[in-house]
Design a protein around this ligand. Structure first.
Ligand SMILES: *Cc1c(COP(=O)(O)O)cnc(C)c1O
Ligand SMILES: [Zn+2]
Length: 431
């Protein structure tokens, strides 16, 4: 199939995307005008947003951010969005809790400070609301009327909700065999939801075909033809973590990998904060987490390869089940450049980690969260993550969407008649 670089039939008359100046190729550096492009016309490399970032004093910028709304729009000066973005109808994600996880730290032997960035607190209960919110602004700017995506589950719900609020039509595509919680969540907002008989990589291939076809005219696929903008939403995780630590870089961050977009953009966000003087420039390490049943990036990391060999996913961590991750090679670069690592855990370890987080911190994460905490635990035990340093673990989704993972082992302790005698017999009282 030919690689498409331009897509949709949208208006591109001088879009107002705030500080975004151009798109630039991550491989050859060639620059393109802002538009619904995602691959370089010269080398087919992925495009990303290049900025004219604010030039004032760091103190001034910090104050301006702190005076902003309690959502991702406080960082509007660093995002490809118009200055009045907060006044438009959107679902305003972000500024989720950074939980100081002292109980978990004690259990894992971490003494340098352990934090959980809990993105289950977003409007549709996953980090995907961040990336979709940015893509919606690009869709508006380019005149798209239908919002779409290929999804491993959470993205479909985030697109459905954001489109509903923005007054856009939505039509989203998922593998047909997703968890019930994700299917319902994607359908309830009233857009169209299409199950594809195949895995995520099949869904994604289908969407690429649809983009080049009249059937998909005027459609903004948030993670395909709007991907350069979409990706920028993940930078807000980096901004928030640093701001919530008191404008300080963490020493170590553990991030789950599906396509690898989130991990690469968190790194981009940290680099920007350093460049802008908003945080002190010091080394940090980025760790990537995958499930063993879909671990193409982890396998490449361990083998010392620069390229990622695609896999056929088979894991309960369906939100991370991308066998051919678009940003895999960039994840490898970042893990190696920062002195981090990429590791994977079994489905059993995923379940154990979900329950560990719930039991110690009262946070019920989805399977992706189990992957990330499971890998954190494994790397601490292996001496790769340093327990004496400040560590942030990103929980990207809500356990209510993946109940099947723990339902077999999380049930009522006892079922009794409503009498004290019955309760006494169950042996659960104090006396
Ligand atoms: C999509 C998703 C990710 C990571 O996605 P990337 O494609 O790597 O950006 C992580 N966690 C959850 C819960 C997700 O839905
Ligand atoms: Zn290029």
């Amino acid at each position: 199939m030919a690689v498409q670089t331009v897509a949709g039939n949208a208006t591109t008359a001088s879009p107002d995307l705030g500080p975004a100046a151009a798109l630039s190729c991550r491989e050859c550096g060639e620059r393109f005008e802002l538009g619904p492009l995602f691959a370089c016309a010269s080398c087919f490399g992925p495009l990303e947003v290049a900025y004219d970032l604010p030039t004032g004093s760091p103190e001034e910028l910090r104050k301006r951010i702190e005076a902003g709304p309690d959502n991702i729009w406080r960082y509007a000066p660093l995002l490809p969005v118009p200055a009045d973005v907060a006044e438009k109808p959107n679902i305003n994600p972000g500024f989720t809790k950074l939980v100081k996880a002292d109980n978990l730290a004690r259990e894992l032997g971490v003494t340098g400070g352990l934090y959980v960035k809990d993105d289950s607190g977003n409007p549709t209960h996953s980090f995907k609301d961040r990336v979709v919110a940015i893509a919606v602004e690009a869709a508006r700017a380019f005149g798209f009327t239908t919002l779409s995506c290929s999804s491993t589950g959470n993205l479909a719900g985030a697109v459905g909700a954001a489109a509903a609020r923005a007054g856009l039509r939505s039509c989203v595509f998922i593998p047909h065999d997703l968890e019930q919680g994700k299917v319902v969540m994607a359908a309830v907002y009233g857009g169209e939801l299409v199950g594809i008989e195949g895995n995520y990589d099949d869904v994604n291939r289908f969407c690429s075909e649809l983009i080049g076809d009249p059937l998909g005219e005027g459609w903004g696929f948030v993670n395909v033809n709007l991907r350069p903008y979409y990706g920028e939403g993940s930078k807000t995780l980096a901004y928030e973590i640093c701001e919530q630590l008191g404008w300080r870089l963490p020493d170590q961050i553990v991030i789950p990998i599906a396509s690898g977009s989130q991990l690469t953009k968190i790194d981009k966000g940290l680099q920007e904060l350093i460049k802008l003087g908003l945080v002190e420039d010091k080394p940090y390490k980025i760790f990537g987490a995958q499930a063993e049943g879909c671990s193409p990036v982890s396998a490449a990391f361990k083998a010392g390869h620069d390229v990622v060999r695609p896999q056929k996913p088979n894991t309960i961590a369906k939100s991370l089940a991308i066998g051919n991750p678009a940003d895999g090679p960039y994840v490898l670069d970042i893990a190696r450049r920062t002195g981090g690592a990429v590791e994977d855990v079994t489905d059993e370890q995923v379940v154990d980690a979900i329950k560990l987080l719930a039991r110690t911190e009262g946070i019920f994460g989805e399977t992706a969260g189990g992957v990330t905490l499971g890998v954190t635990k494994k790397l601490i035990e292996a001496g790769v993550i340093d327990p004496t340093l400040t560590t942030v673990v990103v929980n990207t989704g809500d356990g209510l969407k993946t109940l099947d993972a723990v339902s077999a082992t999380s049930q009522a302790t006892a079922t009794i008649k409503p009498s004290l005698d019955a309760f006494r017999a169950a042996g659960l009282g104090t006396a």
